[in-house]
Every structure is written in structure tokens, then in C-alpha cells.
Write a protein that binds this ligand. Structure first.
Ligand code: FAD
Length: 468
């Protein structure tokens, strides 16, 4: 029987292993941590019963993932839940840009900018079933529905700052800037709108949903599917150079530089150099809070939304993203706040609620951003500080210790500059190939990039199966 090994059990590793096992390959997944999941794990901390997401929290890309949808993970207990509102971007005057599930409701709320919002998202959202597989696939493949994809893709090469000019109000511009900032790139750079556009399109189509009981439920459901297909999972196994078990096919859900170290001189020198020189993105500094009675946002919509983006007007968000990319810590960093408990009350303990947050910081930032995060929340929710019962802090160093893929706190698994976003670690039409027969890269370092969609794993394993 053909044998397969997957190294790393994040959503992409699990998706790759499931794809192999579905094709009848005898598959073993090796994971360094005590549990599988990588960026989709949850933990109970600060107060008994309070459930926090270690990393990924909000899941437009997982819910919209053609691969995850094909698995019917609800059979393994996965349930998606929505808050009343998807995302709110408050401003200093108490107003906010509000993302609602439907394009129409969002457009109506954006007043004079409603028409521009409709023009950008109306058609791609209606066509999501046609464009989703291409949008979440290798970006340079011939699409099956080129016309539908053109409606989504035409503005994608543009800088986020250029798209922002389509909007007149600070609310719409701020809302767009906060979502575009998920790219961790300067917003004046070409293609800096691609990740935000994808998140908004999938978000309108499926909602910015959370997993009941914590994002760890996604990993648990994927692991259950793999085991049901006869796959094996070994945790607590860190694969290093010389540790690779003999296998007909091996997929790495890892940072490319780590793959270069493990595979060593079996890789063609040119590819090994490209993997070793993989460019990193800025970092995330994460703080989880236990908060009595939730966050006292000035803007009432922010009290009803699972996600709140804090960075003020578009120009301020753009300045923070430019600073962190240049290695400078801004005084007021861009901060993302998750209130998953609004969709999933089972994560709270009575009146004490888990608040998830992280700040965008320079790569490998060694300072403590806790106070900057609290100050940024206080700016839009005076009195927040007095409601904090406890915190759990994860610095950029701890982030990379927790998961070797998040080097220097780089939670996107590599800089998503135009070249790496389109191609992955090297310029090629086969972004999953490592140059070694039978060995493939399947992590978020490859297209379509970060998020808990599992599509990198699915495409890499499909490529591996096709070549076997
Ligand atoms: C703070 C934070 C917030 C985020 N928010 C969101 C969000 O809201 N929504 C969203 O969709 N995404 C979010 N993400 C991004 C998302 O988590 C990642 O893009 C996704 O997990 C990448 O999946 P992956 O399978 O490529 O790799 P990972 O999830 O990074 O998994 C890689 C796995 O490989 C293991 N590993 C590493 N080295 C070895 C080795 N040598 N041997 C064996 N195992 C090894 C690691 O332990 C890890 O389990 C967030 C990430 C972070 C950190």
C-alpha cells in the first residue's frame, strides 16, 4: 500500500492528510504539539470555564472553504455560530463602520458609500460558489469561471489605499482599512487589497462565524475525519533533520526554512536557497482577557459584534502597518478584538467573558505591547481597564515557541508581499513542489495563504496524488 507522512498538524496538515487518506494512502500525521490544530487550538485559562482561542478565532475562510465544506464536519460535532454583527470599526467620534452579513444591509448602513460597497462585493458574493475554488486555490491557475472571477479579481492587484479612494466617509474607509490590514502589509503596496477582499467576500457569503466551544473544535473535527478514514496521528513528535520516516509521499505543513533544514541537501540548491531565504512578515502580540460584563464600547454596534478592529481612520491604520513593516513599533498599534462569546455564550463563566486580542507589531518585537493594547481598547471603550479580571499574554517569542511556523510572531506564515502571496517561497507555477520527488510543502506559506481554510493542504495533497 502507498504510504504518506504529513509533518505538522495545523488545518493544512490535517487537510492534506485527509486528502491522502481519502485516496487510499496509508497516512500518518506527525505533530510537535501535545494536540493537533496548529493555529486552531483553544485553551481554558485565567478563570475556570473561560475558553480562549490560542490563534485563529473568526472563520469566514474556514466556513467558506470548498474543501472543509466537502467534509461535512458537522458529523464530527463542528457547529458554526454567528454574533448579531460581523465586524465593527469604531472611530474616535463614537461612530463606526459596520460589516453586516448581507452586502445590502452593510451598504445601507454605509450611507453615501453604500453604492461603492455594493459595486465591490455584490457580484463576487453572489458568484461565490463559482469563484470560491479559484479564489482559494493557486492564484496562477486557469479559473473554471473566468468571467465570474474577473468580477472578484479585477480590483485585487490594487493597493488597499487605492480601493479606499472608492469611499468618501471615514466609517467606510476605516472599515475597509481594518480588514485590509489583515495582510500585515503597507496598504499602499500592490496587492495589499487581496486578503481583505477575500475575507470580505467570504464573510458576506458565509459570515464571520466562530466554532462552538472554541476554534479547537475545527481541529478536533478534522482529526476525527482523518481517524475515520484510517489515518494515524502521533503528537509530541518534533521532526528534525534525519527524523523523516520512510514514506512514498511526504507533505510538510511547515515554514519553508524549516523544510530546507529537514530535507537538507536532497533539495536542489536553488530551491533550498529560496526556502531558506523565505521572507517573514511582521508579528502579532497577543493578550487574552477575562473581563467582567464585557467591553464597555462607546459605539453600541461594537457591543454586538464578534470582531472589533481598532485603529481609527484609514490613514492611521495605513501608518501603523507601514511602521511595523519597517520594524518600528507604533505608539498606537492596530489592534484586533474578538468577542466570540457573543456568538457562543458557552465560552463565558457567568458574567465573566473571554476577550481575545492581538496587536500588529514589528517582526520579532521584544517589548511588551500589553499596555498599548489596553490603551487602544480604552480609547474606544473608556472603563475597560477596570473590568479586567486577568490576562494571558503571548509575546512574539512565545508565539514562535508555541508554533514553529509563526517565526518572530509572524502569524501569516511569511510576508504576504506580492511575490510570496502569488507564488509562495519561490517563483514557480508549482508552489507546492519542493524539488524532491515525493515531497511537498502544504502550509500557509503556499497559496492561497493564511487562514484556517485547509486549502493549501488540499491543493498540495492533490498535486502529490496526481504525480504519484
Ligand atoms: C493570533 C492569531 C490569530 C489568527 N486569527 C485568525 C482568524 O481569526 N481566522 C483565520 O482563519 N486564521 C487566523 N489565524 C491564522 C491561522 O491560524 C493560520 O493561517 C493557520 O493556522 C495556518 O495553518 P497551517 O496548517 O498552515 O499551519 P499551522 O496552523 O501553523 O500548523 C503547523 C503545525 O505544525 C507543527 N509543527 C511545526 N514544526 C513541526 C515539526 N518540526 N515537527 C512536527 N510538527 C511541527 C506546529 O506545532 C503546528 O501544529 C490566526 C493566527 C494567529 C496566531
Amino acid at each position: 500500500m502507498t504510504t504518506g507522512t504529513v509533518v505538522g498538524g495545523g488545518p493544512n496538515g490535517l487537510a492534506a492528510a485527509i486528502t491522502l487518506a481519502r485516496a487510499g494512502v496509508e497516512t500518518t500525521l506527525l505533530e510537535a504539539g501535545d494536540t493537533v490544530g496548529g493555529g486552531v487550538r483553544s485553551f481554558e485559562a485565567i478563570v475556570p470555564g473561560l475558553i480562549h482561542d490560542h490563534c485563529a478565532a473568526i472563520h469566514p475562510m474556514a466556513v467558506g472553504s470548498p474543501f472543509l465544506r466537502s467534509l461535512n464536519l458537522e458529523r464530527h460535532g463542528l457547529r458554526w455560530l454567528s454574533a448579531e454583527l460581523e465586524c465593527v470599526h469604531p472611530l474616535d467620534d463614537g461612530s463606526a463602520g459596520v460589516l453586516r452579513r448581507s452586502v445590502e444591509d452593510t451598504a445601507r448602513g454605509l450611507g453615501p458609500d453604500g453604492a461603492a460597497w455594493r459595486a465591490l462585493f455584490g457580484r463576487p458574493v453572489r458568484n461565490f460558489d463559482k469563484i470560491g475554488p479559484s479564489m482559494l486555490g493557486p492564484l496562477l491557475r486557469m479559473p473554471r469561471h473566468p468571467l465570474a472571477l474577473a468580477g472578484f479579481g479585477a480590483p485585487t492587484p490594487l493597493p488597499a489605499a487605492a480601493l479606499a479612494r472608492a469611499f468618501r466617509t471615514p466609517q467606510a474607509r476605516g472599515l475597509w482599512g481594518g480588514v485590509a490590514a489583515h495582510a500585515f502589509r503597507p496598504l499602499h503596496e500592490p496587492m495589499s487589497s487581496a486578503i481583505g477582499k477575500g475575507m470580505l467576500t467570504a464573510g458576506h457569503a458565509f459570515g464571520w462565524q466562530v466554532a462552538e466551544g472554541g476554534s479547537g473544535a475545527i481541529a478536533a473535527a478534522l482529526a476525527a475525519e482523518l481517524l475515520a478514514l484510517g489515518g494515524r496521528i502521533e503528537t509530541g513528535v518534533t521532526v528534525g533533520a534525519g527524523d523523516l520516516p520512510a514514506s512514498d509521499v511526504t507533505l510538510f505543513d511547515l515554514d519553508p526554512a524549516q523544510v530546507a533544514r529537514i530535507v537538507g541537501d536532497r533539495m536542489p540548491p536553488r530551491i533550498r536557497r529560496a526556502f531558506s531565504g523565505f521572507r517573514r512578515g511582521p508579528g502579532a502580540f497577543k493578550v487574552d482577557f477575562a473581563v467582567e460584563d464585557g467591553v464597555p464600547w462607546t459605539n453600541p454596534d461594537a457591543r454586538r459584534s464578534s470582531t472589533v478592529h481598532l485603529g481609527g481612520e484609514f490613514a492611521e491604520v495605513a501608518a501603523t502597518e507601514r511602521a511595523i513593516t519597517a520594524g518600528r513599533m507604533p505608539e498606537r498599534p492596530f489592534v484586533l478584538v474578538g468577542q466570540q462569546y457573543l456568538a457562543d455564550p458557552s465560552r463565558s463563566a457567568g458574567d465573566v467573558h473571554p476577550i481575545w486580542s492581538y496587536a500588529h507589531v514589528p517582526h520579532g518585537y521584544t517589548g511588551d505591547a500589553t499596555e498599548a493594547i489596553i490603551a487602544q481598547i480604552e480609547r474606544f471603550a473608556p472603563g475597560f481597564r477596570n473590568r479586567i479580571i486577568g490576562t494571558a499574554v503571548c509575546t512574539t517569542t512565545e508565539m514562535s515557541r508555541y508554533n514553529a511556523n509563526f517565526v518572530g510572531g509572524d502569524i501569516n506564515t511569511g510576508s504576504k508581499d506580492p511575490l510570496q502571496l502569488v507564488f509562495g517561497p519561490r517563483i514557480t507555477l508549482q508552489p507546492y513542489d519542493t524539488g524532491v520527488p515525493g515531497m511537498y510543502l502544504c502550509s500557509a506559506a503556499t497559496p492561497p495563504g493564511p487562514a484556517a481554510h485547509g486549502m493549501c493542504g488540499y491543493h498540495a495533497a492533490t498535486r502529490a496524488l496526481a504525480r504519484m
